[in-house]
Design a protein around this ligand. Structure first.
Ligand SMILES: C[S@@+](CC[C@H](N)C(=O)[O-])C[C@H]1O[C@@H](n2cnc3c(N)ncnc32)[C@H](O)[C@@H]1O
Length: 239
């Protein structure tokens, strides 16, 4: 700590300014996000600046990706699968018998508060949904407790479609950093709440800083950047 900062510390600046820090944090990340938006407008699909937010508009992004993948075999990994709405849509789109679909969730809802949404939101009482498709596996538990074990036997020999729909910074950053060594050029990542600047967007920026050798390119956005799709376009040797 420099002498100037030590003086501020001794003056209890952190206590005096505590009520301001959350607000400043929000403003800072909004400004950074706004900069990112300005630099990422020319996408294959982008509804910015659409009126309001229509939940179903996210499927415009998914349809674009499904069309790109046609019916090739994929490994579908969804983090925050909840009642499987998106996963069910995908199994109806991709019929390849070698495609595998993995959905991860606590099935007891969010493990911590997310803005106004309280811990436990999206609770399915711990009941894993039933999906009558042999290609689907649902994995119950915190990603932080299930993903390492899952990866021990994951073949990673097909293009991956990775859906990041856990909302939370902690969960999203954990998944991104854990999957980093498994990413391959051509893999697709979709953030479902990217415009939540202190959560998925922040996790994305921290991931990019920690893994600068993995090139991600945004190519589609719906609901004014709530749902954003990226492709892994390059992977060089780790620095
Ligand atoms: C917005 S909901 C998912 C909605 C779903 N993808 C859809 O398309 O209908 C977010 C889900 O993420 C799950 N979740 C968040 N953090 C998690 C974590 N660390 N481990 C496991 N599940 C988590 C919650 O339980 C919740 O069901």
């Amino acid at each position: 700590m420099t002498p100037g900062k030590y003086a501020l510390y001794k003056l209890s600046a952190h206590k005096i300014f505590r009520p301001l820090t959350d607000r400043l944090f929000k403003v800072l990340h909004f400004l950074r996000f706004a900069q990112w938006v300005e630099e990422n407008q020319q996408l294959e699909y982008n509804d910015f600046r659409a009126d309001g937010s229509v939940y179903k508009r996210r499927y415009n992004v998914h349809e674009l990706i499904a069309a790109k993948l046609k019916d090739e075999p994929i490994h579908y990994l969804e983090f925050g699968v909840a009642d499987c709405e998106t996963l069910l849509w995908w199994i109806s789109q991709n019929k390849h018998p070698e495609s595998l679909f993995f959905g991860f969730d606590t099935f007891t809802g969010l493990p911590e508060d997310w803005g106004h949404y309280k811990k436990g939101t999206f609770d399915l009482q711990g009941v894993i949904p039933t999906v009558a498709d042999k290609r689907v596996t649902l994995i119950k538990g915190l990603f932080q407790e299930t993903l390492f074990n899952f990866l021990k036997t994951f073949p990673n020999d097909k293009k991956k479609f990775i859906s990041l729909d856990a909302d939370l910074y902690s969960a999203t950053l954990f998944v991104l950093t854990t999957l980093a060594p498994w990413l391959r050029v051509g893999d697709i990542l979709v953030f479902d709440e990217f415009s939540a600047q202190e959560h998925e967007y922040l996790a994305y920026t921290h991931f990019c800083k920690a893994f600068p050798h993995i090139g991600l390119k945004a190519f589609a956005a719906a609901n004014n950047y709530a749902c954003v799709a990226f492709e892994v376009i390059s992977i060089s040797a780790a620095p």
